[in-house]
Every structure is written in C-alpha cells, then in structure tokens.
Design a protein around this ligand. Sequence first.
Ligand SMILES: Nc1nc2c(c(=O)[nH]1)N[C@H]1C(S)=C(S)[C@@H](COP(=O)(O)OP(=O)(O)OC[C@H]3O[C@@H](n4cnc5c(=O)[nH]c(N)nc54)[C@H](O)[C@@H]3O)O[C@H]1N2
Ligand SMILES: Nc1nc2c(c(=O)[nH]1)N[C@H]1C(S)=C(S)[C@@H](COP(=O)(O)OP(=O)(O)OC[C@H]3O[C@@H](n4cnc5c(=O)[nH]c(N)nc54)[C@H](O)[C@@H]3O)O[C@H]1N2
Ligand code: SF4
Ligand SMILES: [Mo]
Length: 734
Amino acid sequence: MQNTVTPTHCPYCALQCGMNLTPAPDGSSVEVRERADFPVNRGALCGKGRTAPEVLSSRVRLTSPRVRDAGGALVPASWEEALGRVAEGLGRTRARSGADAVGVFGGGGLTNEKAYSLGKFARVVLGTSQIDYNGRFCMSSAAAAGNTAFGLDRGLPFPLEDIPRTGCVILVGSNPAETMPPSLRYFTELRENGGTLIVVDPRRTRTAEHADLHLAPRPGTDLALALGLLHLVVAEGRTDEAYVRERTAGWEETRAAAMAHWPEYVERITGVSVPELREAVRLFCEPEAAMVLTARGPEQQSKGTDTVGAWINLCLATGRAGRPLSGYGCLTGQGNGQGGREHGQKADQLPGYRKLTDPAARAHVAEVWGVDPESLPGPGRSAYELLDALGTDIRALLLMGSNPVVSAPRAAHVEERIRSLDFLAVCDVVLSETAALADVVLPVTQWAEETGTTTSLEGRVLLRRRALTPPEGVRSDLEVLHELAARLGGGRNLEKGFPTDPEEVFEELRRASAGGLADYSGITYRRLAEENGVFWPCPASGGPEEDVHPGTPRLFHDRFATEDGRARFVPVSHRPIAEEPDEEYPVLLTTGRVVAQYQSGAQTRRVDELNAAAPGPFVELHPRLAERIGAAEGEPVAVVSRRGRAVAPARITTAIRPDTVFMPFHWAGEGRANTLTNPALDPTSRMPEFKACAVRVEAVAAGEPARATPWADGSRPARRTPTLRWGAADRPRR
Ligand SMILES: Nc1nc2c(c(=O)[nH]1)N[C@H]1C(S)=C(S)[C@@H](COP(=O)(O)OP(=O)(O)OC[C@H]3O[C@@H](n4cnc5c(=O)[nH]c(N)nc54)[C@H](O)[C@@H]3O)O[C@H]1N2
Ligand SMILES: Nc1nc2c(c(=O)[nH]1)N[C@H]1C(S)=C(S)[C@@H](COP(=O)(O)OP(=O)(O)OC[C@H]3O[C@@H](n4cnc5c(=O)[nH]c(N)nc54)[C@H](O)[C@@H]3O)O[C@H]1N2
Ligand code: SF4
Ligand SMILES: [Mo]
C-alpha cells in the first residue's frame, strides 16, 4: 500500500475536492498531489487541502489516550484504561440518572459510517434520546425549508457543472472565494458564458468582487429582501403563471404576503435601494434559466427557515425550480455536511433521512438493528439546547467531531456548562479546546488513515480511501464505538452491531436507508471507486447487475418529492432579528470565515503555513465607525455584547457597512467571536443566530490588560456610539 498513489478526497469542506496521496520517501507521511480525474475541482485545491497532511504529523496530533488524574491533569493512559473509564463514566450516569442523562454530540465532518454508527450507538447502546450534532449550526434552516417546499432536502439538487450554463445565479450570504475556492471557477465561467452573478452580502467579499451586482443588506434582513424581490416580480408581471398552476401549491397566500412588502419599505429595512432591487429582478428574470444558492449568511438567523423559504418562493413564482439549469440550492459546509444529516446523528432522525417519530421508519430501522421498535427513544434536544442542558439534565457527554468551546454560540456559557459535567469523553485527532476539558480523550485515526464515505454538497456520495498506516496508539472512531458497545452492553454482545470495518458498516447503512428519502441501497464501495461517486437517491434495483440504478444527479425535473408532486409555497413575513441594536449596543456583529482557517481552527491552527496566512482574529469595521470610536488599523478593539467581551485587532475597510462589524470565529481566547454571539434559535430548525447580534465597539487603550473572561453584568460604564446609518456615500462602488 505504501508505494502506490491513492486517489481520495480532502478532509475539510463539503466541496470534497479530489486529491491524490503519495507516500513520502520514508513512508511516514503522505504528499498531496493533483487528481485531475475528479471533475468537481479538476486538480485545484485550496491551501487547507494542500497542507492537510501536516495534521497527520505526531508533532501536532494526539497519539495516546489521556485521562484526568487525581491532581486534575490530563495524562497519557492505555487504551484499556481509557475505554474502561469512558464506559464507567457513561454507565454510572445512566444507572444513576437514567439514559437521557447521557448526551452524545456528533459532527458533520464524520463519515457516513461514523455518523450512522454514532446515532445507532446512542439509541441502541446508551438508549438515550439526547443526541445532536454541529450540523444543526450549519445547514438546518435550509434543510427545514427544503423539506417543506420540495419534500426533500439535498443541498444542491443539481451538480455544480450546471452553474456555468444557467443565465443568472443569486448567491445569498455565501463567500465561496474564501470558503470553497476551487468552486469559484463555476461562477467565473458563468459570467464568461454571458450569465450574470448577483451576490447578497453585507460585506464586499472576494466573491462579491466577481459579481455583476452586489447587494449589501443589513445583516438579518434577507427575508425582507427576498419578499421585496418577489413583490417586484408580481408587480412587473414576471410571474410564471403556468408553472405556478401546474407544479406548485399555496401561491395565493404567498403572493398576498409579498404584496405587503413594498420596495420602499424593503429599502428601509435592508438598506438596498429600490433601483438595485429592480436591477436584481431584471437580471434574475430575463434569462431562460436561473438559480438561487444560499449559504450561512441567510441561514444562520433566528428566522433562517422562513428566510430560505422566501428565496425558494422567489424561485417557484418565476418557474425556477425542478427545471433544467434552474433551481434553489444550499451550499452545505462540512466535509460530510450532507451525509452527516441523513443517517441518524440528528436529534429527530433515523438513517435514510427517516423521521424518528414515524412508526414505519422506526419499524424498518429497528429491524435492521435487531431491536424492538419500542426500545428506540424519541427525538431529543437540538444542539444548543443540548449544550445548554449540560450539567443539569444531562450529566455525561460523549463528543465526537466538534469543538463547541470555540464554535457554539454564547461560547463562554457553553464552556461553563461543559465544565459542570460529571463526565466528558472526547474523541478527536488533536487536543482541541473542548478535548482539553475532558475526563478522557480518545485519539482517533484521520481521513488518510481510514476508509469511509462522505456525501458532498452536490449529493454525490464519495469514497475516501486509506493511504497510510496510522501511528500506533490511535484507533478509529468505529473501533471506539465497538469497544464501548462491548463494555456498556451488559453481556448483550452489542459490539456485534458495531463493526470496525467501514465497508461492513456501509452495507448495513444501505439496508437501513433503503426506501428512505436518502436511499443509498444501490451504492456499493465498488461502484464508488469505479464511478467517481454516485448521487443519491440510488435505490437498489433488485434485478441483475446491468440493471443498477444510475444515481440521481438532478432532482425534481418530473415532480417534487411531496406527496402530490407539487412544490409548496410558504407564506412568510419580515420580522426583525432577535436582538436589534439599541443605544447601549448600537452596532451589528456578524461572523464567518477566512480562507486559511477551518471552523474552530482545531486542525488548521496547527499548520504553520495557514497560521502565517491567517494568524489570528480581527474585527472588520468601516472607516467611519473606526473614526467614531478612535480605532486605528491593527490596534485592538473590544467588541461587547450582552454575552461578553472579545478583543482583536481592527481591520478597517470600506468593504463593510458602517453599521456592522465582522469577526471570523476560528479562534479561542480573548478574540473568540462566539463569546459574543446570540443563541436565539429559529423556531423550526433550532439554528442559532450566528449572523446578527447587537454589540458595542470600543477602541482599547494600548497596554490595557487582555480580558479573556466575559462580563455581562453591565457594571462598566458604556462608551456610547451613536447609531450609524448606511448612507449612499458608504455603499461600496461596483
Ligand atoms: N476557509 C474555510 N472554508 C470553509 C469553512 C471554514 O471554516 N473555513 N467551513 C465550511 C463550512 S462548515 C461551512 S458551513 C461553509 C460556510 O460557507 P459560507 O456560508 O460561504 O461562509 P460564512 O463566512 O460563514 O458566511 C458567508 C457570508 O455571509 C455573509 N453574511 C453575514 N451576515 C449575513 C446576512 O445577514 N445576510 C447575508 N446575505 N449574508 C451575511 C458574511 O459576510 C459572509 O461573507 O464553509 C465551508 N468552508
Ligand atoms: N460565530 C460563528 N460560529 C459558528 C459558525 C459561524 O458562521 N459563526 N458556523 C457554524 C458552523 S456552519 C459549523 S459547521 C460549526 C463547526 O464548528 P465545530 O463543530 O467546532 O467544527 P470543527 O472545528 O470542524 O470541529 C471538529 C472537531 O473534530 C475533530 N475531528 C475532525 N475529524 C474527526 C473525525 O473523523 N473524528 C473525530 N472524532 N474527530 C474529528 C477536529 O479535530 C475538531 O476538533 O461552527 C459553527 N459556529
Ligand atoms: S476547497 Fe474545501 S475540499 Fe477543496 S481543498 Fe479546500 S478545504 Fe479541501
Ligand atoms: Mo458549517
């Protein structure tokens, strides 16, 4: 194995770029090389993918379990001892306080096999309903809206290769130039082919630089923006009446709701001028085909589900869904952001995108699992609610594939909740900020050292292959679950249901997903290797080999996945963000990403080249706001919300609205953006409002001691910043 080239996929984002791994001459590591045969990225990689092997090095990773000793230090231990401590910690809590006192928290970076096994482990071994995962913070609003409108949630209902051939794309709150750089090509090709790109983002991002039209709404107002566009579509007679009649339901109510959102009213709410709204409608409606793609900007809001619904309404009213080169799509985020939401680590879900509350789904999955359907618990809490319950109702936690101390909203509170647990076990590849708080840390194998499948943002199931022998001292997540099942099974031999061979797990997943919305039953490892991935749904044919289902790159062309085959309009109305600015907190904070760091930074902050490119947090602010508060470029500013205070250097730029500041969330410590964010949840998706909260911004006197601790007692005299308005002069020039 050591001397061959292994074609595989990047460990990070949902683009799942293809790459070849070749062993380094001494065989101890691998090098990333171009893999031209994978069509999505055609060999191109961003810096994170290119440097991913750095995290395989034992210089930065964990290579032996750690347990907390009597003095409170995390010290190396044997696997026997560590696994024993985990089984004891989880088992004791379960015995003392019931199964629901044990929580499980997963991640959208886990392979399908791991996500499936983790969900099964929670319900079958622990018997707890309290499992959810970080994908709740990612795409849950788009998923909820997609399920309602189309009866099915798959990030993109078409392959990326369709983008350059459509007429217009509206990218809402998505910055692929930084978050999926190789995908930018699809948008530049779109323009080369004569199509247009509209970017909706409160910042003039690197992506917006490529746009024909950049709309810069006030954070948290995308719902009003979409309603304003729909209003103009109707007023200008651009509705596709025949399509609405034949393929949709619920138009009248939605039309009425949109008509209440006059363009002038929408301009006041969003700061996007009426002529800009008209121009957007013209660009979107004139071509034969067009698309709307959303990402975290409009989704990570306490009304994210309604907001995505409003953008879907716009597509439906104009006949731009379920037709060639047209549609609504959500750009999923994590490596397995799509598959991770389909196979049962979500609080309300069973494999195959089945509902935990559906008796037929319970019966089907229980049969595959060899358990009584009655024994399966019901739905549990959503991610933030689960984290918020730690130390109270939930007393022990098993965490796999997330670093909530950095990435959860209101992170200081979440950190405090985690510290108050009776027992915490973390499986990770590095000692993340959250792992550092654990009673037991189990070091696991990584992407290049194990085989497994992921499902990319296109809904394409892919095979990641093992290219390297893992270092001694680490085990795979699947082995961990197998061992814990043996120890927690109480003589019931439960470990048999937790194979350590990923292909064996996948074979079971195929059966569990069969007949569900996300049907993988026609997919095999062999096909994945031969076909460069297969798009779900892909049911097993049941017939001869030649009769295999080809997979489904494009959805909804004949009918939507609703019962009657029609898409559903959802009547929605504008409502404000959960925490509007006021005198004390007059500025809006929004948060997001930079190209060189990934998520909580647990992996990428361990790579020198990436740290050189993005060494630490910053606060992006407009020169007018900087002048008001006396901030200077590169000097520290404090951002204060009702939840706490963060300090980071100022980055002054006209690319952001003057009423808004932006912070990336990749760092811990005093520059942690999530110290500030508001955990106000969307009522349907339970998504927290990462993208908008009220803050005060202050220049920090040089030499002021850094304050890492949050303070929210209001004891500090407020330095008032007058509310800033977004005037025409501030608008970034096109
Ligand atoms: N480099 C890098 N790439 C990544 C990741 C990473 O951490 N680093 N993470 C991956 C994951 S898990 C995800 S989910 C994706 C996320 O990918 P994106 O959604 O592209 O990333 P974000 O930076 O969170 O948000 C996108 C844009 O939303 C804008 N925005 C903020 N508030 C609003 C608003 O109210 N309305 C609108 N319309 N826009 C707003 C921000 O200014 C930002 O430019 O990236 C994936 N790729
Ligand atoms: N303010 C703000 N906060 C946000 C967001 C935002 O836009 N703004 N975005 C949210 C979004 S979209 C997301 S997806 C979350 C992500 O935030 P997190 O859930 O914290 O994501 P990661 O940093 O990727 O954490 C993954 C952890 O699992 C480890 N890991 C990686 N692979 C494996 C594996 O195979 N097995 C195991 N056991 N461990 C593994 C990594 O080392 C890392 O410690 O952050 C959310 N938080
Ligand atoms: S764009 Fe995403 S998948 Fe591609 S190399 Fe970068 S992090 Fe990896
Ligand atoms: Mo995400």
